[in-house]
Design a binder for this molecule. Structure first.
Ligand code: UDX
Length: 715
């Protein structure tokens, strides 16, 4: 139909000029413009760079748009075969081009067609003057979009004088409701959303559909596929969410098609020419695994002499970590600015200052990082820069949880709401670049956008810093993208982090398992679990595995020494149910220091799989152990342990320090086999049956102090 039609009218088919008013080039405008280019539409922009005099757009206003049209459309008034299509541009996207628009316009048999919506604004009293429409159709005029012949359009915008601050929608409404004018200019409303789809009060009426590499909006009430999709009024966040998909931005069969738009090419850029970045870090609460956080920042794959460091921390607890970090980076970066608790600067102010610091340094990018963000992929900074967006964040979430650093939608009060696609994004079932109303934890902001974001963190003092910033970005129509195109890291869980111990992370296996594992589990732990790997057996039925890291050993010993209440090594032991220990050691039980639960979890998660591998056929999940304790051997205290059986199904024995260096002698001898392990490796665990076969003794420690960690599993 379409082809035949255009052939038939090829001579008389009108030209089409799309016009808009945009005083600022923000991301809304850029997205709009890209859509006109994609569909080959001719576009003229009026008012760029001048001061907007049309009001805040939160109440009546917009007259400025009419006046700019009046001024600029005069030149076209005598062009007979020209259609002018006016649209708002900060919150509008095209989903098709000229042919589709002309076909649809032709069907109206009209000279001027206006967008329509469900609500009447700004003068409700005009309702009765409006013509009736069929059920499912929109009755009231919206001034965010109209299309018509150049002459009528010019006559309409110049019909009456209008103040810049007066309301454009009221202006056009009055014209439309004037029967004589309506007839003279053959005005109609697009009541079925053939061309214009206003989304306010209509979000439930549209769905995104796909056809191969094409996406389009479908109106389920009218069966139309509108071409100019407009996020009028308060539905902008939802409009921007939908526009992730529109104009073929993302489709089910091709994935993200806008991801590769406007990329910055850094492939051949020499280190010396790389953009300058201020990395601003914020430690606003006691945060587990902060050492790793800092460490990962220094490991970013980016020339350090292009990075300036800015750090605000507001908790004394972290002074040591900060000091260590500053020592580590001494001389590596051109500048380091630290704001410490004694400076008494609040989070919001410190964040505003980071923006100022970046502006002052004429930086090209500001990367803000909250201490909960563990960046495990060092390509992050490059990846985000290349993406070339005003504000972009990597998707980060708490491992295994749905908690992430972005919101897919806002509720009425501006707080978190779950969007239709939130789950798909956090679970990576949809991969791409997502324009969202709120992002936090890690943001890369283009330096050229920063002047618009000055004081953003205090822009709304009733909100917390992050929310205030995002609200400001939304007001400036700067898009905030979250990207899940790669995996860059995760969030630690810091709420309620218990800092009453010496090495608090040791206790944090439940909330931050991933970080716990990477700090404390031996780097070769999982090798033992590979199918074809043979496990060392130094004595009959005694198996030996690497299990915990050096750091674990050191922090663990220090933690228990810090606690310091070693038992006397006597038979009488009030800690035990029976009050008596047959083979006593100088030790501390895990339940004395509050590590019992963690230790049992460790047994279940890390020890049990090893046990199942070597003592095949024995399953007991979770493993149970009442006796979990660190033992201290030294010449002047208890140097050895006489032969005995353990009250266990199997026993584990983890060496916590180094034979030959931290102590001399020591080891374990299995009497029935006359076999000894005399050089227990730090961080390694041996495992042997208890009770019956493995009668054993602790060999004499002749110098220094030897520490081992013991569990009698499944007694
Ligand atoms: C709605 C209607 O769609 C609009 O026609 C009417 O003028 C006011 O109510 P809304 O979506 O709330 O508009 O406003 P917004 O999109 O913020 O502003 C309308 C348009 O004016 C923008 O899309 C843009 O094209 C232009 N504008 C607005 C500027 O050029 N500069 C500004 O500072 C503000």
């Amino acid at each position: 139909v379409h082809v035949a039609c255009s052939a038939e009218h090829s001579n008389s088919r009108p030209e089409l000029l799309v016009v808009t008013v945009a005083t600022k080039e923000n991301d809304g405008f850029r997205q709009f413009k890209r859509s006109t280019e994609k569909y080959g539409l001719d576009l003229k922009v009026f008012g760029m760079g001048i001061e907007w005099r049309g009001g805040t757009m939160e109440t009546i206003g917009g007259g400025h748009k009419v006046n700019l049209l009046k001024e600029n459309l005069e030149a076209y008034k005598n062009k007979d075969n020209l259609l002018i299509m006016f649209v708002d541009s900060y919150d509008l996207i095209f989903t098709d081009g000229k042919d589709a628009i002309l076909d649809k316009f032709a069907k109206f048999d009209s000279r001027v067609v206006f967008a329509a919506e469900d609500t009447i604004w700004p003068d409700k009293s005009l309702e009765k003057k409006y013509p009736q429409v069929k059920e499912n159709e929109k009755r009231f005029l919206n001034s965010g979009g109209f299309i018509g012949y150049a002459r009528e359009i010019y006559e309409m915008v110049s019909y009456q004088a209008l103040g810049d601050q007066e309301d454009d929608q009221l202006y056009y409404t009055q014209i439309f409701l004037n029967r004589a004018l309506r007839h003279e200019w053959k005005m109609k409303l697009d009541t079925r959303a053939e061309i214009f789809q206003n989304l306010n009060f209509a979000l439930g009426e549209v769905v995104i559909k796909y056809k191969g590499s094409y996406s389009y909006l479908y109106n389920i009430r009218t069966g139309t596929s509108p071409i100019a999709v407009h996020g009028n009024g308060p539905v902008k966040p939802e409009f921007y969410r939908i526009s992730n998909y529109l104009a073929d931005g993302w489709t089910t069969s091709t994935g993200c098609q806008t991801c590769n738009d406007d990329l910055l090419d850094l492939t051949d850029v020499k280190d010396a020419d790389m953009p300058t970045v201020v990395i601003a870090m914020f430690v606003e609460m006691a945060t587990p695994f902060l050492r790793e956080f800092f460490d990962r920042v220094t490991k970013l794959d980016y020339p350090k002499d292009k990075i300036d460091i800015y750090l605000h921390y507001s908790v004394d607890y972290h002074s040591k970590d900060v000091k260590k970090f500053l020592e580590d980076i001494e001389g590596l970066y051109p500048s380091t600015r630290v704001i410490s608790p004694s400076d008494n600067v609040g989070e919001q102010m410190a964040r505003n200052w980071a923006i100022e610091e970046c502006i002052k340094k004429n930086c090209q990018y500001l990367l803000t990082l909250e201490s909960v963000a563990q960046i495990t992929n060092p390509t992050l900074l490059r990846d985000l820069i290349i993406q070339n967006r005003s504000i972009i964040a990597p998707l980060l979430k708490r491992p295994g949880k749905l908690w992430s650093n972005f919101w897919g939608a806002l509720n009425r009060d501006g707080y978190y709401a779950r969007s239709e696609d939130y789950m798909d994004i956090v679970e990576y079932t949809k991969v791409g670049l997502w324009n969202v109303p709120f992002v936090a934890s890690v943001l890369l902001i283009q330096g050229q956008r920063l002047p618009l974001l000055r004081d953003a963190y205090t822009n709304n003092p009733d909100l917390d810093a992050d929310m205030s910033f995002c609200e400001k970005a939304r007001q400036e129509v700067l898009f905030m993208y979250v990207s899940n195109r790669k995996y860059w890291g995760h969030l630690v869980y810091a709420d309620g982090f218990d800092t009453s111990h010496l090495h608090n992370e040791l206790f944090d296996i439940f909330n931050n398992r991933l970080d716990w594992e990477s700090r404390y589990i031996h780097e070769n732990y999982s090798t033992s679990l590979q199918e074809d790997v043979k496990i060392e057996m130094p004595c009959p039925d005694v198996y030996w595995f690497p299990i915990v890291s050096d750091t674990f050993c050191d922090e663990f010993v220090a933690e228990l020494e810090n606690y310091g209440q070693w038992s006397g090594g006597k038979n009488e032991d009030p800690r035990l149910a029976g009050g008596y220990e047959n083979v006593p050691t100088v030790d501390i039980h895990m339940n004395q220091v509050g590590l019992e639960k963690q230790w049992l979890h460790f047994l279940g998660e890390f020890v049990r799989p090893l046990q199942e591998k070597v003592f095949t056929g024995y399953f007991h999940d979770p493993p149970n152990a009442i006796m979990n304790f660190i033992v201290r051997y030294r010449p002047d205290e208890q140097p050895l342990l006489r032969p005995h059986h353990d009250a266990s199904t199997y026993t584990i024995n983890i060496a916590l320090n180094r034979p030959g260096i931290d102590f001399q002698g020591g080891g374990c001898r299995f009497v029935r086999y006359n076999c000894s392990i005399t050089a227990p490796k730090k961080g390694w665990m041996f495992m042997h049956p208890g009770r019956l076969t493995h009668y054993h003794e602790g060999l004499r420690t002749t110098e220094g102090t030897r520490y081992i960690m013991i569990s009698f599993v499944d007694p």
